[in-house]
Design a protein around this ligand. Structure first.
Ligand SMILES: Nc1nc2c(ncn2[C@@H]2O[C@H](COP(=O)(O)OP(=O)(O)OP(=O)(O)O)[C@@H](O)[C@H]2O)c(=O)[nH]1
Ligand SMILES: [Mg+2]
Length: 206
């Protein structure tokens, strides 16, 4: 693939706010992407690679912000309308205390239930792992709330192409997804163009 075909880095990408509750969510823009997934599934890495700017990683990596919803405002070009990316707190710490799990649920629930028009949720999971109860519950949750979503199988660079397609089939079947998962590697950038066009399509759909 030639270098020139790739979408250049976002024209602007700014950290907006770390929200601990509904009241702190910014007023919605025309379009919003929500990043959901287990801790360590690659949400922050995907975001950085996706926008092609390293400067945001520092913000999202700030200790203490990881239990909050981090909003970023992205614009591909000077002319295009900006949109939000909401990086939701990761779940699935084996040793997480009960009240921490409950806190996560409450925050994510208030975000998913909030009226945020034209939103696309990306549910990330490591391509090598089988969907767990958390992923199954999240898929059900998104369906119940009628939130459009795509599954993104991350860390694709860890597998060769035949292993990848096997894993994608298993994940799609396990989660009963209507469409095959998208694939992404923050390491190589593979999947970036497909993801960008999926998002642009959705952004223009309302
Ligand atoms: N090889 C490879 N490693 C990756 C990829 N994406 C993420 N990683 C690694 O996986 C680890 C977790 O990535 P993060 O992006 O911090 O994951 P996260 O989902 O934001 O985690 P939380 O913020 O804790 O919820 C890091 O060590 C990354 O370097 C990828 O595409 N390929
Ligand atoms: Mg993160």
């Amino acid at each position: 693939m030639s270098q020139t075909k790739d979408t250049p880095p976002a024209y602007s990408a700014d950290f907006v706010v770390s929200a601990a509750a509904f009241k702190q969510f910014p007023e919605p823009l025309d379009f919003e992407v929500a990043l959901l997934g287990r801790s360590n599934s690659g949400k922050s890495s995907l975001l950085n690679r996706f926008i092609g700017r390293k400067s945001l990683a520092r913000v999202s990596g700030t200790p203490g912000r990881t239990r909050l919803i981090n909003f970023f405002k992205i614009a591909w070009t000077k002319e295009e309308a900006p949109f939000y990316v909401a990086d939701l707190p990761g779940y699935g710490f084996a040793a997480a205390p009960k009240d921490m799990v409950a806190g996560w649920q409450e925050l994510v629930n208030s975000y998913l239930k909030a009226k945020r028009p034209n939103r696309l949720a990306l549910l990330l999971m490591d391509i090598r792992r089988d969907p767990q109860i958390e992923e199954k519950n999240l898929v059900q949750w998104l369906k119940d709330l009628a939130i459009d979503f795509r599954l993104v199988a991350t860390k694709a660079d860890k597998l060769n192409s035949s292993a990848r397609s096997k894993r994608l089939k298993i994940i799609q079947k396990d989660l009963q997804l209507p469409e095959p998962p998208l694939m992404f590697s923050a390491l190589s950038g593979e999947g970036r163009e497909v993801l960008i066009s999926a998002l642009r399509q959705k952004a223009q759909s309302d």
